[in-house]
Design a protein around this ligand. Structure first.
Ligand SMILES: Nc1ncnc2c1ncn2[C@@H]1O[C@H](COP(=O)(O)OP(=O)(O)OP(=O)(O)O)[C@@H](O)[C@H]1O
Ligand SMILES: [Mg+2]
Ligand SMILES: [Zn+2]
Length: 367
């Protein structure tokens, strides 16, 4: 069976960890100086490199090449081919213990862990405990862990990871060295997808990769899984297949309809609405999406600086469309239109004829 893309392309060097430059710099310095903390906390949103970084630290702490070659040591990276590095990559290193706190939440599991922590490593220099989803531990389990974090045996390093920093007791947080893992920018995600596509010899449309990056909302694992999903449906990665996979077909409709509105083309707008209604589209949802779409048109028109903010959630084509539509009419037109759309939305939710309030609103604003 082929390896999932996100596992196949897991970074093997700190250098390859994208978008987390500050963390990389601090960890690399620690590696060069051999000054690691006893407890780390990696937190931040999903699929941004926490587990990857934890395994890299485990490798660096134990890499045999580093231990024997002073020159190599100064790179602050693992060698990735000694016995230790290979075992950690394959997930069969006895001294690197990964625990999923979501399914090992209780005090007994933590007591167990403490016992293991106090025995010396079986063959590595350091025992590394990677506790994932650490926010899931119960109160008593946290207390038990706290004591070990306070006085860990010399040969032990703890790496706690979580997506939910706010759920951690302050006592735990304060005993760790903390690293936040930020969402990755759209450009960073697109770049990695490009690398994967060329390594996998996949044909793609640039807009398709951009759509994947937008849908992944800053998480690289989600982006890689989505690419995988699309690949399994079609040999070429096209914008259309991605849109279908993420259920974004409505987007083009919003754009087309907004263009008609901004151009005050009442005839075509009414035809559009009737066709939309007959095609079985949920008019209430459509109106809601339309309000969000036009809200963006208006705010971008009033403050072009927002483009940077929109970068991560929209593709370049999306942003261009918003600008073009905004240029077609005055701010007052869009303000009035939005206000009456919001009113129609409130009306239609309790009306048996969802189309009518929307139609009336369109006529009122375009006549
Ligand atoms: N910063 C990154 N640079 C390069 N690749 C990354 C990065 N973050 C995630 N990836 C990709 O996504 C995969 C999953 O990343 P990882 O397991 O480290 O995420 P995580 O932050 O631990 O996520 P979760 O919160 O869901 O546990 C990696 O194997 C890699 O392919
Ligand atoms: Mg993880
Ligand atoms: Zn090594």
């Amino acid at each position: 069976m082929s390896l999932a893309l996100y596992r196949k392309y897991r970074p093997k060097l700190l250098e390859d960890l994208l978008g987390q430059e500050l963390n990389v710099q601090i960890l690399r310095n620690a590696a060069i100086q051999n000054k690691f903390a006893h407890a780390y906390l990696f937190y931040g949103s999903r699929g941004t490199g926490k587990t990857t970084a934890a395994r890299l630290v485990a490798k660096i702490l134990n890499c045999e090449t580093r231990a024997s070659d002073k020159k190599f040591h100064e790179k602050g990276e693992p060698c990735n081919h000694c016995r230790v590095c290979t075992e950690i990559d394959n997930g069969n290193a006895l001294d690197v213990i990964e625990i999923d706190a979501a399914s090992n939440r209780g005090i007994d599991e933590i007591r167990n862990l403490k016992e293991v922590a106090h025995t010396i490593p079986s063959s590595y220099a350091r025992k590394v405990f990677i506790i994932d989803e650490v926010h899931m531990l119960t109160g008593p389990a946290f207390n038990a862990l706290l004591k070990t974090l306070e006085e860990p045996p010399d040969h032990v390093v703890f790496i706690l990871a979580t997506t939910e920093f706010d759920k951690l007791p302050a006592t735990i947080v304060s005993r760790t060295q903390r690293f936040v893992f930020k969402k990755l920018s759209k450009q960073t995600i697109v770049k990695k997808l490009e690398t994967i596509c060329s390594a996998e010899k996949l044909e793609y449309e640039p807009a398709a990769l951009e759509l994947i990056a937008v849908a992944a909302e800053g998480g690289l694992r989600d982006a890689e899984s989505l690419l995988e999903q699309v690949r399994s449906h079609s040999p070429k990665i096209t914008a259309q297949t991605v849109e279908e996979a993420v259920g974004r077909v409505g987007w083009k409709k919003l754009k087309d309809f907004s263009e008609l509105l901004a151009a005050k083309d009442l005839n075509k707008a009414l035809i559009f609405l009737n066709e939309l209604n007959e095609s079985g589209t949920n008019i209430v949802q459509f109106t809601k999406d339309l309000i969000h779409y036009l809200r963006r048109v208006l705010s971008l028109k009033m403050n072009p600086g927002l483009e940077e903010l929109f970068q991560n959630e929209l593709t370049n084509d999306d942003i261009l469309a918003l600008k073009n539509i905004g240029a077609k009419n005055t701010p007052d037109f869009f303000i009035k239109l939005l206000k009456s759309l919001i009113r129609s939305y409130a009306d239609m939710r309790y009306s048996p004829f969802a189309l009518v309030p929307l139609e009336v609103c369109v006529i009122e604003n375009l006549k």
